[in-house]
Ligand binder design. Structure first.
Ligand code: A2R
Length: 307
């Protein structure tokens, strides 16, 4: 089976490409011209804002499945560059689906969205199900919620084979240290390297989030490409919520350094949801998905990568 992975030079792409190759797929990965290839995969350049480039690639490669990872994926940048965020995340998705409609109408398309789309989740309705109210409250989240609606339109109106994902927090080696777990791991390893006691700055430790190893997340993406129902949306996560403080304690248990934890109010979000936990029963029912990685092992790998 031929798989096209669009936006494969970011954090998730290399993990997805590896999972697909390990499972017998013939994989073609795309990156932006100014990005470096990651991993030992076949890469071509593609900018999703240039529809003619997508057209040419679909005609030439004729994929059976297409994973659309390309995005402006930073919530913070989405506040600073809302137009850019909408251009890449919304117009980019339309460009892709228009090309698919014209040149690869039998391909299965997996659109990657985010648990952020739910916004302020009603705490009395946890775990959050796919049919919960969408109250996206930042530009990134609204762009992904819009991509989701667009995917449904292409499935219903044109009969395209489109499955949409809402992915919750995922962690692994290679993630930018603007995210909470790599940020903690990096700060602790930097203290280790000084051989002196040190301080790490943290935000709100009482929030609970649905964390998953990125390798489980990409396994779900592959299973959804094979078994996901067209026009449907699937939560992808662990179905468990972890208190940030408990994850920090795992990190602290993995070091001999003397670390003082300092709460930095500047790191708090203006509006924060106390708990986010995904209902993954639809994913499990339709694909047989199972979480395989223990987060403690993932965190140890992230620590070692900074060492
Ligand atoms: O922004 P860059 O230079 O880091 O490049 C990103 C790339 N990208 C594009 N690719 C093709 N055409 C474009 N116009 C375009 N603009 C940006 O997509 C980056 O290499 C890739 C997305 O990877 P990350 O930002 O590292 O996201 P990650 O963590 O791999 O997440 C994959 C998907 C995204 O759709 C997220 O929004 C979602 O999962 O959570």
């Amino acid at each position: 089976m031929k798989a096209l992975v669009i936006g494969a030079a970011g954090f998730v792409g290399p993990y997805l490409c590896k999972n697909l190759i390990d499972n017998g797929f013939d994989v073609l990965a795309t990156k932006l011209e100014n990005e470096n290839s990651k991993g030992d995969f076949k890469f071509v350049n593609l900018n999703i804002l240039k529809k003619e480039e997508i057209d040419a690639l679909l005609k030439e490669f004729a994929p059976d499945v297409i994973f659309h990872l390309a995005a402006q994926s930073s919530v913070k940048l989405s506040w600073e560059r809302p137009q850019l965020t909408f251009s890449i995340n919304v117009i980019g998705a339309i460009n892709l689906l228009e090309s698919v409609r014209e040149f690869a109408k039998n391909a299965k398309v997996v659109l990657i969205g985010s648990g952020e789309e739910y916004g302020q989740i009603d705490q009395s309705k946890l775990p959050v199900k796919e049919d919960a109210k969408i109250e996206a409250n930042n530009f990134y989240a609204v762009s992904k919620a819009t991509q989701n609606s667009i995917g449904r339109i292409y499935a219903k109106a044109y009969g395209l084979n489109v499955v949409s994902v809402r992915a919750f927090n995922h962690i692994g080696v290679g993630q930018l240290d603007t995210f909470v777990i790599p940020s903690f791991c990096k700060q602790v390893v930097e203290i280790e390297k000084t051989n002196k006691p040190g301080v790490i700055k943290v935000g709100n430790l009482s929030s609970k989030r649905d964390f998953t190893d990125v390798r489980d997340i990409v396994n779900a993406y592959r299973l959804l490409a094979l078994k996901g129902k067209s026009g449907e949306t699937y939560n992808v996560g662990s179905g468990r919520s972890y208190k940030i403080e408990d994850l920090l304690n795992i990190i602290l248990s993995l070091t001999n350094a003397s670390v003082k934890v300092e709460i930095d109010p500047a790191r708090f979000r203006p509006v924060d949801t106390p708990e986010v936990r995904a209902d993954i029963s639809k994913l499990v029912k339709d694909t047989g998905y199972k979480v395989k990685h223990d987060l403690k092992d993932t965190i140890k790998e992230i620590m070692d990568s900074y060492r």
